[in-house]
Ligand binder design. Structure first.
Ligand code: TLP
Length: 359
């Protein structure tokens, strides 16, 4: 096997980031206690910091984004109710049917081009108040929207969706796994994007680079109940300060550099758009996720991903024609350029095309 000049360029997800040196130092030095007794000072400090950043009264540290979302679904709903969400949302597609299995609720998926249902569509999805019809228990939005390509919800649209729910006293939850990416793209505080929603989840373990952990934030009585549900799910952790310490560093050091990941994603999209047989509109890449289409006849995503991997670049085939790449702080601009150059060579092999089009 020839030795590779560079380590692999891992663009499968921003979850692959490894803790920074500052995070490892903070983890080693963390003051800890038993968090099931709520005695871990580092966890409590992280929860307070996160609540403040999101403009919510309280917050809870949870092991994963999935658990944070599913706790919210469980606390807000009753079995037999419907949850209104986008048809490509993470809660519906990538959380293993937990809303049905654990909370006994039905999804009510809506279609939306950018991943954000219009307030009129949400309004239409509410059933008339007739006793024998199913009731809506929760409305959720995802921002940024992963499978729509890291799209950012216009704040007015989020406010309008939350407003139609509020009129009917239906709670709202934001899957804000990448809310800080949305905030960076809009140059607004995350609290502004969280404001319309009763509860919000965000991940420390994605672009912010912490090794483990997410935050669920909302009203104090909601978080009291969320604490019980977290324990029920087996998410009560003990000396969790060792990981919360990394989360605190993530919030201190990593938020302001997310814009670099966005610039790299745009650069990657521009490079990919210039390759024959690949299609993506770089103007529609606002954050760190690029989903491009294989437009050339005969090109299959799985084949291209395998060849790219052989060349040292990791990406995800999301269906037969689409490939997702995600930028993060472990891949710099030079890595992005190498990834694009290698894709151009592969596309030449796959389609006989692949030459870079002249601008
Ligand atoms: N997303 C992961 C995969 O599960 C797809 C990724 O690589 O993007 N909400 C959103 C919008 C997410 O993108 C994810 C993870 C989650 C929730 C769940 O977070 P975890 O993986 O911590 O359970």
């Amino acid at each position: 096997m020839p030795r590779r000049a560079h380590p692999p360029i891992d663009l499968r997800s921003d979850t692959v980031t490894r803790p920074t040196r500052a995070m490892r130092r903070a983890m080693a030095a963390a003051v800890v206690g038993d968090d099931v007794f709520r005695e871990d000072p580092t966890v409590r400090r992280l929860e307070e910091t996160a609540a403040t950043l999101l403009g919510k009264p309280a917050a809870l540290f949870v092991p994963t984004g999935t658990m944070g979302n599913q706790i919210a679904v469980n606390v807000w709903t009753r079995p037999g109710q419907e949850v209104i969400l986008d048809e490509r949302s993470h809660i519906l597609n990538y959380e293993m049917g937990t809303m049905a299995a654990f909370s006994g609720v039905l999804p009510r998926p809506l279609r939306a081009a950018d991943g954000f249902p219009a307030p009129e569509d949400v309004e239409r999805a509410f059933r008339p108040p007739v006793y024998y019809l199913v009731r809506t228990g929760l409305v959720t939005l995802e921002n940024t929207h992963n499978m729509a390509g890291g799209t950012v919800c216009p704040p007015r649209q989020a406010e309008a969706v939350a407003a139609v729910a509020r009129v009917r006293r239906i709670p709202t939850h934001l899957d804000g796994a990448r809310i800080f990416n949305a905030a960076a793209a809009l140059d607004l505080p995350a609290a502004r994007l969280a404001r319309p929603f009763d509860s919000v989840m965000f991940c420390l373990s994605k672009g912010l680079g912490a090794p483990i952990g997410s935050i669920l934030a909302g009203p104090a009585d909601f978080i009291d109940e969320a604490l019980r549900v977290r324990k029920r799910l087996g998410g009560g952790m003990r000396q969790a300060g060792v990981i919360a310490a990394a989360g605190l560093v993530a919030l201190r050091d990593q938020v302001d550099r997310l814009a670099d990941d966005h610039a790299n994603a745009r650069r990657l999209a521009e490079g990919v758009a210039a390759i024959d047989g690949c299609a993506v509109d770089p103007a529609r890449v606002p954050t760190n996720i690029v989903i491009f289409e294989l437009a050339a006849a005969g090109a299959r995503a799985a084949t291209v991903v395998t060849r790219w991997q052989e060349a040292g670049v990791l990406a995800l085939a999301i269906d037969d024609r689409h490939i997702r790449v995600v930028t993060h702080y472990d891949v710099d601009r030079a890595g992005i350029d190498r990834a694009v150059a290698s894709l151009a060579r592969i596309m030449t092999g796959v389609t006989g095309k692949g030459r870079r089009r002249r601008a």
